[in-house]
Design a binder for this molecule. Sequence first.
Ligand code: ADP
Ligand code: MG
Length: 717
Amino acid sequence: MHNTLKKVFGFQSFRPNQETIIKNILEKKDVFAVMPTGGGKSLCYQLPARMMNGTTVVISPLISLMKDQVDAAIENGMSAAFLNSSLSTQEMSDVYKRLKENDLELLYIAPERFAMPGFLETLKSLPISLFAIDEAHCVSEWGHDFRPDYLSLCNLTRTFPHIPVSAFTATATQKVQRDIINKIALRSPYIIRASFNRQNLFYQVKSKAGLEAQIIGFLKEHADEPGIIYRTTRDSVTKLTEFLVDQGISALPYHAGLSPEERKNNQEAFSRDRVTIIVATIAFGMGIDKSNVRFVIHADLPKNIEGYYQETGRAGRDGETANCLLFFGRQDIPKIRYFIDQMPNENERTVSMDKLNKSVKYASHNVCRRRQLLEYFDEKYLEENCGACDICMGDVEKVDITTDAQIVMSAISRTGQYFGIGHIIDIVAGADTKRIRELQHNEIKTYGAGKHKAKKHWQFIVDELLAQEAIAQDGGQYPVLILTKKGTDILLGREEIEGLKREEIRKKPKAFKVSGFEPYDEVLFDKLRVLRKRLAEEHKVPPYIIFSDMTLHEMCVYYPSTLDEIITISGVGDTKLKSYGIDFTKEIKAHLDKNPDISIPEREPVAPSVNTPRQKMTGGTIEKTYELSREGLSIKEIAKARNLATSTITGHLESLIKDGRDVAIDRLIDPAKRNTIEEMFLTLKTWHTAPIVENSNGTISYDDAKLVRAYVQQKQS
Ligand code: ADP
Ligand code: MG
């Protein structure tokens, strides 16, 4: 298994659960696996496909995805094909011919084919090793993506009693899981429920205020990173795309109103890195396996958490850090409620309303976003601080807001629980509006009771009360505020309430540190990215299929410039070595020749784990640097004494600092300068050194930036 893993896929180690799943499949057991997006489900059936005799049949719901999946397998040197309605009769019969000759390891099929008369009979006569059902939640009416076509898979285990069946999905509550297992009639399956936690995703919610400027601000910090921006309506997709393009940003729209042709082209442009950003309705994404999506922005409130989790899940499949940013504005709630109110079925309305409320709670509740998402999927999250969401990374400080809460709730109560947020805030703030005068609300006791504080503050209080369910919104398109039992208790002084000291968070967000993120040569990365794109165009496949971002990052740490070296990089298997080894090593060699100062870290002889792309440099040489630094030598002096490049010494010191060793940072870099650089990292919200150096008018070197980065990261951890 390990041998195949390296030779075919180029990976040194398995991701969590892959190994046991594959072992069970090889023992011909049925398997049911829930693994998050990016968890590496494909490998769980592709690797057995190579090892077992016969063809592995993969059932996959999306024709648009099949070609890329097959191309990716072929790039890894597997024999693979697909059968779907997009093929001509000739192509179709070629595939059948290869099947009969046992010349296919992998065959991708759309589910509807199983309902076609005679198809199962045809399959029966072929040497099939395994059925793998991808996106298996589509078989369940309880899931969020039910597809009637999947029901034709229900006969599979009866028709093929001796062939193992595996089912994979990224989303299934316990209820959906039971339903899937029953429907497909899996035979005492081996069940894996992996954690839904996507450690490499950073979750963040911002109040929506001047959306376009907010988005531009984000994109400035994330220039050239491929990302998806979700909007609710076609119209807002069109407008936002136009705005971005006007601002010189490479973006294309995607929504159900475009012609199939346009949609296909835009999706392809995105997956092939020809356009950086796709602005889309939720119609976009089911058919996308692009692994290097670096961020997903929700510019409007999602209707439910399932959808939100799925959409954000499209970020960072390659395991590298990615951002999920939601812009939350209460004005979005009535818009969604309006649609819910149109639903004919009462039960459906109740369920949807409940889901919407949970989504609002996610956005406005001061609880770790990751914890909320995981708990939604019935998973207990035990960490105190997830380290990768805005709540956990902010300086969360709670204050007593009982008095302010009482002011707001008194205004609600005195006006008969009959008015919406805007009007209640106007009363509290003592606004002089026509409506207030007409209703004589300037005569109630609470009028103007909060005029010494900004309206924005009262908005915060209302949000907080809604989030903590002291008040609720009631009614259709123009919801009014009402008190809950909890709210009444607070109003009557029977209970107190605390809220987040909001302003504090925004001031000093700590920078984001996730495991797996390690520094790499950004200049080389850009060069390799260009090369990857060129080769992708030549080979007519999406760039991420050639090498993932993670693979490129690793190349930008170890600078493999020979074929012997590049084969040790995670993601470089035998076939890719043959196809791309020469091009990539050449580019890296050229980069090294141009930059003689670059020092290449040595690798430990042990097989590296995929999650920590950068290995510790061998101990001895670092220790030597440590000793000399302890003796008080400067970087230059150490470099000279050891006959090494200064950048090498900086690299040593970086890892010493990160390891929490006693390095006298003040001697290496002036404290004032250190503070400046620290501030820059925090305000620019990046761990990349390039923006720091570029913003410093030549006063900060890469080495300075690297040392301070190590210092700050150590301090934070
Ligand atoms: P899923 O279908 O579960 O969402 P994929 O099968 O598309 O995930 O895999 C996501 C990414 O992870 C792909 O780029 C894949 O090459 C990579 N990957 C899978 N297994 C491993 C592994 N053992 N080591 C490193 N990368 C892996
Ligand atoms: Mg998948």
